[in-house]
Ligand binder design. Structure first.
Ligand SMILES: [Zn+2]
Length: 304
């Protein structure tokens, strides 16, 4: 029933966005931006990644950013960990949820984490077996819809990896890391995975590389998905997947759902305040968004 429905949006700009931006955002600006995003109604924010700082300097302050963010009321603070060491650092910093990317593309996996997908699944299993009271573990199947290095990624590989992760993760996400997916494929793959793991399948992580981000989000929504990752201003990409560009744009995703009568819990005007902070913090970085450029339609009403 329209009006009763709601979606949950996780803002991944501070991680997926900034790790691929050309300009570094100072730590204090990151904190102010995250606080503004939370004030706009985002209840979950992926604030950083515990990768080796030498590999991605933009993520070097993740521990400090996590420690700050867990002080924000009602905010679920997510951090990415690529391995056991990252997991331990994330736990130490106090992250509420830790997400592990497991690439379904063998070539991407070897380049990204220097492990095969099978070795990466074992790494996540090892972490999940360590004590982590109250901390949620997400297994995110990346390059689930294609890969710039390998090309096609067999759907059976995606289903197999998602099923393995569902054994010991609290939830599983499917990620179109490089923006290859189309809506028909999104529906097909989400349906296949859901058939295997049911409600453990949670989020859709989509990129807008070919302009299909919103179409893919809607396709996932129609398949029953209610958790979406997106990034303010469409920042984002993957430094180890050449050709990957920005995430689906938070502002446009919020507008799409709210105008459909689907609640996001996010206040559009306050979202613009956060967008201003982003623009001021890294003014040379291109940021996108159709609704922020055009403004809300006359007479627009958010979902009630
Ligand atoms: Zn991504």
């Amino acid at each position: 029933m329209a009006g009763m429905d709601r979606v949950h949006i996780c803002e991944v700009g501070p991680r997926d966005g900034l790790q691929n931006a050309h300009h570094l955002m100072p730590t204090e600006a990151k904190k102010a931006w995250i606080a503004a995003l939370a004030a706009a109604g985002l209840k979950e924010i992926e604030v950083g990644s515990f990768v080796p700082p030498k590999l991605i300097p933009a993520m070097a302050d993740t521990a400090e950013v996590v420690k700050y963010s867990i002080g924000i009321k009602d905010l679920k603070v997510v951090a990415l960990a690529p391995n056991l060491k990252g997991f331990q650092r994330a736990l130490e910093a106090g992250a509420h949820k830790i997400t592990f990317p497991v690439s379904a593309s063998r070539k991407h996996s070897e380049s990204n984490v220097r492990m095969t997908p099978e070795q990466m699944i074992e790494e996540v299993r090892k972490c999940a077996q360590l004590p982590h009271p109250g901390v949620e573990i997400e297994g995110a199947v990346s390059t689930a819809f294609g890969c710039t290095m390998q090309g096609e990624v067999p759907e059976d590989d995606v289903v197999r990896i998602a099923s393995a992760l569902a054994e010991f993760c609290d939830c599983v996400a499917l990620a179109d890391t490089v923006g290859y997916a189309n809506p028909a494929q999104i529906k097909r793959v989400f349906r296949k995975v859901k058939h295997q793991i049911g409600s453990k399948l949670e989020a859709a992580h989509l990129h807008n590389t070919r302009g299909l981000g919103l179409a893919n989000a809607l396709a996932a929504y129609e398949e029953g998905v209610r958790h979406f990752d997106s990034s303010m201003g469409g920042l984002g990409g993957c430094p180890f997947a050449p050709g990957a560009s920005g995430n689906v744009i938070t502002e446009d995703l919020v507008f799409m759902f709210e105008s459909m009568g689907v609640k996001t819990g996010i206040d559009f005007q306050k979202l613009m305040v956060a967008r201003d902070l982003l623009r001021k913090a890294i003014p040379q970085e291109p940021i996108y968004g159709h609704t922020p450029e055009a403004g809300l339609p006359k007479g627009f009403r958010a979902a009630a």
